[in-house]
Write a protein that binds this ligand. Sequence first.
Ligand SMILES: [Zn+2]
Length: 579
Amino acid sequence: MDVRDQVRASVNIVDVVGEYVRLRPSGPSRYMGLCPFHNEKKPSFTVHVVHQFYKCFSCGAGGDVFKFVQETQGISFYEALKWLADRCGITMPKRGGYSDEDSRKRAAIFQMHELAQENFRANLKSPAGEAARAYLARRGVAPETIERFGLGYSLGSGRALLRLFEGKDFSASQVEESGLVGKRQDGGMYDRFRNRLMFPIHDESGRIIAFGGRALAADDEPKYLNSPETAIYKKSRVLYNLHRAKESIRKEDRVILVEGYMDAIGVSAAGFGGVVASCGTSLTTDQIQSLRRHSTNIVMNFDPDPAGANATEKRIDALLQEGMQVRILELDDGLDPDEYCKDRGAEAYAAKLGDAKGYFHWLADRARARFDIHTSEGVVSVLKFLMPAVQRISDRLERVAIANDVASYIGVERGMVLDSFRKAVADRQENGFQRPKVALRPDERMLLNVIVSDAEIRDQVIEELKTIEALHNFPSRKIFQAIFSLHDGGGTIAYDEVHARLEESDQHLLADAVLNEDAHATHEEVLAALASMRKSQMEETRRQMKLQIKEAERGGNWQEALRMTAELQHLERDWRERR
Ligand SMILES: [Zn+2]
């Protein structure tokens, strides 16, 4: 068994996908969830337990566990293989290695980040880390929290990491592209992070891909310095702390979104594990989608200053566009989430979380503060202000409910609000659940599924099907051809094997068959499907013979026509008897 087979046998695609997409059981051997490869509100992304593949019926994405890891992490096959092998403790053979320059570079940069992390953590414990430790103590960060979040300290010398990398097997360009060093005009290099409190940033699978560094000296600018984008770090895709938070996010079906590293750490340390930080002003579609895979309920908890409020408005818009349920958590006395948890305690924060307002109330509050709702112009302005958010609500009933809320909240008539809402909402065309364009007949579907799933009656079914010439007219003809030739050649008939021999359109059909059938058909059901296939065969034969009879008659070949008519009658009697 080669490593690929070993890995395939050791991992369950449901576990691997399940860490990335919130899956729910859907039938005996299927799970469904929101597709990570396109934006959807109703799940059409399916994972099959028995055949170990995934398939999205809306965007067509599909494949095995290796393909999933490749696509979601944007890495090569070899990297995906290694990543999966590491997970299940399978050692990769030394020979081979990374086949291409890109994979080698990424591997080197990952390694440099590991080395940097070790260095930063050791520095924080060393005498040089005293100021950083004092800062953390002042902010009330407990030693176990420092440990848990892997906080560290970068030395002020400017050459600590460089020296560390020099002794290793990295090329100059790899070091330069790591994002951990900067380059002077004269070509000399220096450590990017100097005299800073260091926050490691992880990808969703928990690997360190970047760092954030907080200045410790008062006059150091900027206050927060982040890694630049590199081959392993795409800023717009990452949310701080998601790899630790995702389990809580799923369990509580809620994500708390805060602004900065310290907020995420503080809220998490107070016992609210499902917290992530955006670490920037905007919120990208990629980031929102990576949250949506775990929960569609979000509570936004940003700093209470006006700049924070404006940014919140923009984020609400982006979140609604992606179908998230948004609530806003506002804290008193200008405290940020970290300060609030420490100052008022976890219980007070929990109460605030429970009371978080739906985004519409929050928006209406903002509108009320801005416009005078005692004048009709003011009311019109308020409604105008709310429209962009209204337009994002795709559910009609939800819109009506919100119209009621808004009407009573700003003290105008319900009908007026509803009217203006209705006008604002453009007709949306939701992407429905798309089936493959050519649909399989139920008997084809059932028999295809039996053939790839049930070794016991597979041979019998295949032999029988080979005698049914009418199969040539069926949508599944190429799939059956692939199965027959595999069978004749003595090959293994498994979903993967058949799938690999098909063109893309037939791959969709096969997936459709396997995903829409129950794994275990009864013997009677199989017999019924075969009988239905034979019936099609008879109808086809009858059609052909009738054509030939007509042809003979037209050509004046009466004897031949009579002979064939007799033959057809004979056949029909035969069919009736067999039934
Ligand atoms: Zn999709």
